[in-house]
Design a binder for this molecule. Structure first.
Ligand SMILES: NC(=O)C1=CN([C@@H]2O[C@H](COP(=O)(O)OP(=O)(O)OC[C@H]3O[C@@H](n4cnc5c(N)ncnc54)[C@H](OP(=O)(O)O)[C@@H]3O)[C@@H](O)[C@H]2O)C=CC1
Ligand SMILES: O=C(CO)COP(=O)(O)O
Ligand SMILES: [Zn+2]
Length: 353
């Protein structure tokens, strides 16, 4: 008997382009959302997007509640839930980088309310995904959550954000190469659930981005367009898979461990990019695609070394030798690297001196 079944949960509206910040109200109408929204944002995104969008709502006779969070913590998620209940809101709008969007996503999941994703930085592929990531005790990886009902990505805002945020988004996409290698390995060795469609979409997304690397330049709105579409495609791959596997392998374990050992030293995307150089070498050795990954990162000004990340060599080695412990996700790291092997790969790839 055929017993397979799956739910693929995706946004209903994805609106991308110049000036679409002004279309948030139209999207709300299109989704037939009623009542008062709660905007979840962080300090800079509040200035560049949340306050102007709130003014549009006020002009239309709707007064949004607003919470500004500083850090991605469970306390922040609880604060958002409390405000949502106290202010009697009907839906949430996450406006900002990964931090604000993830918190809105997790709070809306708990509240069983819809939410909209309004990114102000093309810095990560959680814009569209059905995953939320907030540190919880020793864990730092994403968990299943609601996908947004809609995404409104204004390329004017995204192009004006600091360039390093865009290069972080590119690196998060480039890391899909090694994430998919890890996924296939885990499927072969551990029979983990695997989707060829999600894997192919994830790899194709990375390929298109690398093929267009010449067009990705600071100040060009076209760059924000290319990177944002890639981030969305990668988020869709995660939704098809029902897990972050197509976009998160050992390079993400490495980054999550760096978040714990060197909090806020570097952006998520930049850390996973450097992790991807290391794990591509582990998969394929000296002549493999680690060179291409390093060249692609370097061509868009993304970090390729510990020094570029602002993290010392010893912390990189510690992260590499311990990160297999932080999640039950089989990768090329297996049951862990010893220190000599970690130093060897980090030196051969030029990540440490
Ligand atoms: N759910 C998922 O599937 C995924 C989740 N993630 C998560 O996303 C997070 C990474 O996202 P990231 O965006 O890098 O982190 P943040 O949300 O912390 O944003 C990084 C920085 O960019 C600033 N910023 C955002 N927009 C603008 C703008 N328009 N102009 C100027 N500054 C701006 C923020 O300002 P301020 O400090 O004022 O907020 C912050 O300092 C991680 O927690 C990661 O785990 C990553 C990938 C997938
Ligand atoms: O960052 C992500 C994909 O780019 C999400 O992956 P994690 O599940 O490892 O948090
Ligand atoms: Zn990521």
């Amino acid at each position: 008997m055929f017993e397979k079944s799956t739910w693929i949960r995706l946004p209903r509206n994805v609106v991308v382009g110049h000036g679409v910040r002004d279309e948030v109200l139209d999207v709300i109408d299109d989704l037939h959302l009623q009542g008062r929204p709660l905007f979840v944002t962080s300090p800079t995104p509040r200035e560049v997007a949340a306050d102007p969008i709130a003014a549009d709502f006020e002009a239309a006779g709707i007064e949004p509640a607003i919470v500004t969070i500083e850090k991605a913590t469970f306390e922040a998620v609880e604060q958002v839930i409390e405000v949502a209940e106290a202010e009697d809101v009907s839906y949430l709008v996450g406006i900002g980088g990964g931090k604000a969007i993830d918190i809105a996503k997790l709070a809306s999941h708990h509240l069983e309310m819809g939410f909209l994703s309004v990114p102000t930085a093309a810095s990560h592929d959680g814009i569209v995904s059905n995953r939320g990531s907030v540190p919880d005790g020793d864990s730092r990886h994403s968990v299943a959550a609601e996908p947004p009902l809609a995404v409104v990505a204004d390329t004017g805002i995204l192009a004006e954000a600091p360039w390093e945020l865009t290069t972080a988004g590119c690196a998060d996409i480039i890391s899909n190469y090694t994430a998919v290698m890890d996924w296939r390995l885990a499927q072969r060795l551990k029979d983990v659930e695997y989707s060829e469609y999600a894997a192919a979409l994830s790899e194709m997304t990375a390929e298109i981005l690398v093929d267009n690397a010449d067009l990705i330049r600071p100040g060009l709105e076209e760059s924000a367009w290319i990177v944002t579409k890639a981030l969305m495609s990668s988020g869709v791959a995660m939704s098809i898979a029902g897990s972050s596997r197509p976009a998160s392998g050992a390079e993400h374990l490495f980054s999550h461990q760096l978040d714990r050992l060197a909090p806020e030293a570097a952006l998520h995307g930049h850390q996973v990019g450097v992790g991807s150089i290391l794990t591509a070498y582990l998969h394929q050795g000296e002549d493999g695609i680690w060179w291409d990954i390093r060249d692609a990162l370097s061509s868009i000004d993304a970090p390729t070394t510990a020094d570029d990340l602002g993290i010392d060599d010893e912390t990189v080695i510690e992260a590499l030798t311990t990160c297999h412990e932080i999640r039950d996700r089989y990768t090329i790291l297996g049951d862990g690297m010893n220190e000599r092997a970690a130093r060897d790969v980090a030196t051969k790839t030029g990540v440490i001196e």
